[in-house]
Ligand binder design. Structure first.
Ligand code: ADP
Ligand code: MG
Ligand code: MG
Length: 490
């Protein structure tokens, strides 16, 4: 089947000289406004390089964009309720825990803190629901002809930990606006939706800080040994510092947290003598970030403490692919979402199948072996680069057919988004770059703060768009595959 196409916001190709000139300007704009990342190959803390970006905003149907924005608070609440449903998490994850050591370790910490009694009932969720347009319409060609080539969007996943691009999302709109103005198309900027992700997310941290209510308290960002995506993280700090000069922010790795923090008798997490009000994880979502028992001990200490965690460990568990798959099973949503809203949420799910050792798991394996290209095989991992596609799905399922390891994965129908022609500007890349076929993934941010019984705030908080080559399986920007982009509403 050929993939549907959307038209670029202005006709391509651009004239050679115009293109070279605008790219030179745009690269400087990028460096001077934090559209950057640290260089993985030649790492130094003294320089950043441009982050890859798409020259012109990518088309996205307006009605579908608005639908995603409107749905986000409902998804926030769904995640919040799932995170607080102990029985659902236990039941859903039980088989996965047998074979996935990382999820099992997280789960173990959750059980421990629950048994001891939760010190801080408030959680801060900074979520990002990632979606793609599905160009294969489930309706007949005729029914959809009036609004094809796209049909509607489907959810790729929802992230509950380290949902990045609160700065890089909005600034992508700014750089592309600058480029459009330089090209004499400033009139098109009105079709690029406002994006207040950075202030929206940072307000979440500030609101959680105020709920903690201790004047000398600090905010702690949990960071990697080396933060390549440094602009995105630092702009959160700059934003909080501007809005609230009284709030001091510290950046520490899990290892440093192990070495430098203590719990006092009130279970306050103390760093340099200051109680920590909010812990914001930008690391801690993958096994490599816990190289020894010290990092796990640090995680346990934070979870035991009175700090508001973003996310609390049960929120992280609620963000697993296994939970996403379980929510797509018949009857599951109804436990968490008001009946009149269930249809709207179910609409965004694409086929998701358990690979447990039961009748439906066997059926899913058979189905995938028959037509592997239709599916993505996903383990319980975050951060990109962990899924299997096409021939690898088949090989893995044949290998795991009778292996317990199978239960650590879920099977997902592959979404086929429409393509659009565009230019990707990369650090060190050819100037001008060739026109290439691209596909996009839109992330909608949500902020929710609450306890098991009370929700203090719940809102949609901006968006980000990542775009990759149409034939690439994955498109993480930090991983070097995707490029920053922003939507151009049709
Ligand atoms: P991670 O938590 O590692 O980001 P994702 O589920 O988001 O895992 O998968 C990573 C990437 O793989 C996505 O950004 C997307 O490009 C691609 N992908 C994942 N699921 C699908 C799918 N069902 N259809 C098409 N592409 C997918
Ligand atoms: Mg993820
Ligand atoms: Mg993802």
């Amino acid at each position: 089947m050929t993939q549907a196409r959307l038209a670029s916001c202005i006709p391509l190709p651009l004239e050679h000289k115009v293109l070279v000139t605008v790219i030179e300007k745009a690269k400087d704009w990028a460096l001077m406004h934090g559209v950057g990342m640290r260089d993985k190959k030649h790492f130094t803390k003294d320089a950043i390089q441009i982050a890859p970006f798409v020259l012109l905003p990518s088309p996205f149907p307006r009605t579908e964009f608005n639908k995603a924005i409107e749905l986000q608070p409902i998804l926030n609440e769904l995640m919040h309720k799932v995170a607080h449903d102990d029985d659902f998490l236990e039941h859903t994850l039980q088989n996965t825990l047998q074979v996935d050591e990382f999820t099992a370790k997280l789960y173990e910490i959750w059980v421990k803190v629950k048994d001891e009694g939760i010190t801080q009932p408030i959680s801060l969720g900074m979520l990002r629901s990632d979606i793609m347009l599905e160009s294969r319409c489930p309706h007949t060609e005729n029914q959809c002809a009036k609004h094809t080539p796209y049909c509607s969007w489907k959810q790729v996943e929802i992230n509950s930990i380290a949902s990045g691009f609160g700065h890089l999302g909005p600034v992508s709109r700014e750089i592309q606006s600058y480029i459009l103005r330089q090209l004499g198309h400033g009139d098109l900027i009105k079709n690029m939706p406002e994006n207040r992700a950075l202030s929206g997310l940072c307000s979440g941290i500030i609101e959680a800080y105020d709920l903690f209510g201790v004047p000398s308290a600090i905010v702690l960002f949990v960071v990697e040994e080396v933060s390549y995506n440094i602009c995105d993280q630092r702009f959160h700090e700059f934003e909080i510092s501007e809005k609230r000069p009284d709030i001091m922010i510290y950046r520490k790795t899990l290892n440093e947290i192990f070495e430098e923090t203590t719990l006092n008798d009130k279970k306050q997490l103390l760093l340099e003598g200051y109680p920590v009000a909010v812990v914001y994880y930008r690391s801690g979502y993958e096994p490599a970030q816990y190289p020894s028992s010290k990092e796990w001990d640090a995680r346990l200490r934070v979870e035991r403490s009175s700090a508001v965690k973003c996310p609390s460990i049960h929120y992280q568990l609620a963000g697993t692919k296994k939970v996403q798959q379980a929510l797509a099973a018949p009857g599951a949503l109804e436990q968490f979402v008001r009946a009149e809203l269930c249809g709207r949420v179910r609409d965004i799910f694409t086929g998701l199948y358990s690979l447990d050792f039961d009748e439906s798991g066997e059926r899913a394996v058979d189905m995938a072996l028959e037509d592997a290209e239709r599916f993505v095989l996903k383990p319980q991992r975050e951060g990109g680069g962990n899924n299997l596609y096409g021939a690898d799905v088949r090989a893995a399922l044949l290998r795991m057919r009778r292996a317990r390891e199978r239960a650590a994965y879920v099977l997902m129908e592959r979404i086929l988004p429409p393509t659009v022609a565009g230019y990707v500007v990369r650090p060190g890349g050819a100037v001008p770059p060739p026109v290439t076929d691209l596909v996009s993934e839109l992330g909608i941010f949500g902020v929710i703060i609450g306890t098991r019984d009370k929700i203090y705030c719940n809102r949609q908080a901006g968006h980000m768009l990542r775009t990759k080559l149409a034939d690439a399986n994955e498109g993480g920007v930090a991983a070097g595959l995707g490029a920053l982009d922003s939507p151009y509403l049709l």
